[in-house]
Design a protein around this ligand. Structure first.
Ligand code: API
Length: 276
């Protein structure tokens, strides 16, 4: 079968986006891995599959697969690219789009200067729901990673995140600690590992070693989780510029019980067809 796709990225976090409405496709983990492979396939961090809604109060359903083939609950950069995709492909004329993901419904707004604003939902902080093994909920948890004793915050944006505050992201041990945090046994569904440097109460620098993809140039849910962690620690304001290796996101969080708002770009690179 020949499959039409669009290659897109959100600040360099790149995606293969597939219209699963006009094309009938069943995606196995092997097929996802083959399409995501940067040498033998198209290459991407995640594959996004756009599908018809499963309930009348949403416009679309969209499914997210990491490059390792695992299906996951949420993807912030992917949500912005999804919104750009369905508008560009004229699958909707709406500026405000409601989309169902595995972790719930998100509301996406395409604004006049081509940015996309995403209501990422209310962050989840109860350990059992992240999921993260801990006796009680805390702002910071001690975590032994190999022969390192570190402290992390644990936050779910629908998908699990560990946030580790470092003095300097450029020299942070992302390559060595990232994989060990990702597969730490206290995160039974593995975890995205964020390394956050606080510049001031309104600005951070962030690198993320993503679950199922490795270090990416940007991570939208990771940016949200980092700002939540910083606010809970009392070191960040409610409106933060997040500088990632691929560019900047604006993250806003009014506090516990409130949704996190993410604003940033979405870029379409090329359209193609691939035999699978
Ligand atoms: N690796 C993530 C999914 C993609 C998230 C990231 N690309 C984003 O922009 O939020 C996970 O396994 O939960």
């Amino acid at each position: 079968m020949r499959l039409r796709f669009t290659k897109m990225h959100g600040l360099g976090n790149d995606f293969v986006v597939i219209d699963g409405i006009s094309q009938k496709i069943r995606l196995s983990a092997d097929k996802v891995r083959a399409l995501a492979d940067r040498n033998f396939g198209i290459g991407c961090d995640q594959l996004l599959l756009v599908e018809v809604p499963t309930s009348p109060d949403v416009d679309f359903c969209y499914r997210i697969f990491n490059a390792d083939g695992t299906e996951v609950e949420n993807c912030g950069n992917g949500a912005r690219c999804f919104a750009r995709f369905v508008r560009d492909r004229r699958l909707t004329g709406k500026n405000v789009i409601r989309v169902q993901t595995a972790s719930g419904v998100m509301v996406l707004t395409v604004d006049e200067n081509d940015n996309v604003s995403v209501d990422m939902g209310v962050p989840v902080l109860e350990p059992a729901e992240i999921p993260f093994t801990a006796d009680n909920r805390a702002v910071v948890y001690p975590l032994t990673v190999g022969d390192h004793d570190i402290s992390v915050s644990a936050v779910s944006m629908g998908n699990p995140h560990a946030v580790y505050v470092v003095d300097d992201v450029d020299s942070a041990p992302v390559e060595s600690l990232g994989p060990q945090i990702e597969s730490h046994p206290r995160f039974p569904r593995r975890v995205n590992a964020g390394f956050m440097q606080v510049i001031n109460s309104g600005a951070i620098k962030l690198r993320v070693y993503e679950r199922g993809a490795g270090e990416t140039l940007a991570c939208g849910t990771g940016a949200c989780a980092a700002v939540v962690a910083g606010r809970l620690r009392g070191i960040l304001d409610d409106n933060v510029d997040v500088e990632l290796p691929g560019g900047h996101l604006n993250i806003q969080w009014a506090g516990e019980g409130q949704p996190v708002i993410m604003i940033g770009p979405a870029t379409s690179v090329f359209h193609g067809q691939v035999k699978i």
